[in-house]
Design a protein around this ligand. Structure first.
Ligand code: ADP
Ligand code: ASP
Ligand code: MG
Length: 421
């Protein structure tokens, strides 16, 4: 069971969480719980790091930001004990949750499930702070924002759990962010592949890595709400959204429990920024010169368009990078200006990426053109396009984000009212 930041924000809410956990354990289950820091706490800690030292050392950043989860794991253990449950917290270094790669974006390498399994078998509820692990040289690490989801899936895999329930502040995965589109519909099931794609293009309900890990390890994941009353449908009856394999999805469709749509969901991401380099020489090696320094600096480039060459063998190259990396990317490219040989460097962070995702696209043509037409009808200009087998993404003006998501939700027949009709 994993509980997110909103679910853990304050004593009252932690008590509600403790009750949900107590019930699950009382039903004869061995339970491990992974918790997030209280909502807003990690942001607050990140700000302290920035104030202390703008060019902070990621290893010390990890020491600071991992503390939010230490607090909530201890508080949940205390609250469970107050309800008469046996509970014990297990910090990242105690389990241990071994991680590899960089501080602040560590990846889970392995979790020793044995000690945890024994303690659970002895009737103790294990409470584990999400987001944190320990590096090869014994220092605290964190797994990137939203990382508690990945902690939960990794723990579930380590103890061979029957299920990993991700409790959050919405009651499942919706066709789009229900806070933006009131008519968004809750999905009964979504495939790993689609969820992975949705998460990676901005549906923050699950961290992308957690979905990749669940898919690889075959962990059954359910997304459901912790904001429920005593009369709520029990988690074992699967009231939330199940993340399933393609085969399971086919079975659900066959049984008539799920209807296959060409488009499963729509996501948006306002965290990218656009860079345009004008009049780049249109010759072999040019593009390599642009992207090599960015790759070396671990800056992920997402969308790329190289325009049709102009006269005089020149072309414009447009691409996007995470907004947080824009300043660094700009500095690197200005440094390499002579080598690359561009004329102007133009940046724009007031952009948004809107993506439609669905495995139905594999077999159904016309999904992209529906998108372009629906946006055109509302006068929304498309600045860049990328596609994959099950996704189409477009770049638009940030101010038009909400409108675009709503328009597309209607265009693909996803609105809740459509279902009733
Ligand atoms: P937690 O703190 O529990 O990890 P998050 O804030 O990380 O919660 O994720 C839950 C939020 O994800 C929801 O409040 C919702 O606004 C947002 N969200 C975005 N896209 C979707 C979607 N397709 N379905 C459900 N929630 C979504
Ligand atoms: N507390 C961390 C964050 O806010 C991890 C998590 O909540 O998943 O990013
Ligand atoms: Mg989250």
């Amino acid at each position: 069971m994993k509980f997110g930041g909103t679910s853990m924000a304050g004593t009252e809410r932690i008590r509600r969480v403790a009750n949900i956990v107590r019930k699950q354990a009382a039903g004869g289950n061995e339970v491990a719980v992974v918790v997030s820091a209280m909502a807003g706490e990690t942001d607050r800690l990140v700000n302290f790091c920035r104030e202390a030292n703008a060019l902070y050392d990621p290893a010390e950043y990890d020491v600071v930001v991992a503390s939010g989860e230490q607090v909530t794991s201890g508080l949940l253990a205390l609250t469970l004990q107050s309800l008469g449950c046996k509970a014990r917290s297990w910090l990242g270094w105690q389990l241990p949750v071994r991680t590899i790669e960089a501080h602040a974006k560590a990846r889970v390498d392995s979790i020793d499930g044995e000690a945890l399994g024994k303690s659970m078998a002895a009737g103790e509820i294990a409470v584990i702070p999400g987001f944190q692990g320990v590096s090869e040289d014994g220092r605290i690490t964190t797994m990137g924002r939203g990382g508690s989801d990945t902690s939960a899936v990794a723990v579930a895999a380590a103890v061979n759990a029957d299920r990993c329930d991700i409790y959050t502040d919405v009651d499942g995965v919706y066709t789009t962010d229900p806070r933006i589109v009131a008519k968004a519909r809750k999905l009964k099931a979504v495939t790993y592949e689609e969820m992975l794609e949705l998460a990676s293009v901005g549906a923050k309900v699950l961290q992308t890595r957690s979905v990749g890990l669940a898919m690889k390890e075959g962990v059954r994941v359910q997304v459901l709400s912790s904001f429920v009353g005593d009369d709520a449908v029990p988690a074992d009856e699967l009231p939330g959204t199940m993340i399933v394999s393609e085969e399971e999805m086919d079975e659900l469709v066959e049984k008539g429990e799920v209807e296959r749509q060409h488009v499963t969901g729509i996501a948006h991401d306002k965290n990218e920024a656009k860079i345009i380099l004008t009049r780049v020489p249109d010759k072999p090696g040019s593009v390599a010169h642009i992207f090599e320094p960015l790759a070396q600096a671990s800056i992920n480039v997402d969308m790329i368009i190289q325009n049709v060459g102009r006269d005089k063998g020149e072309t414009d190259v447009t691409f996007t990078v995470p907004q947080a990396d824009l300043a660094r990317a700009q500095a690197l490219l200005e440094d390499k200006r002579d080598e690359i040989g561009y004329n102007r460097l133009i940046t724009d962070s007031k952009i948004a990426k809107i993506s439609v995702v669905g495995v139905g696209m594999k077999s159904h043509a016309g999904v992209a053109s529906t998108m372009f037409q629906a946006l055109a009808d509302r006068g929304i200009n498309i600045q860049a396009i990328t596609t994959s087998e099950i996704k189409v993404s477009v770049l638009i003006d940030e101010d038009e984000t909400e409108l675009a998501v709503r328009v597309l939700h209607t265009a693909y027949g996803l609105d809740a009212a459509d279902e009733a009709a």
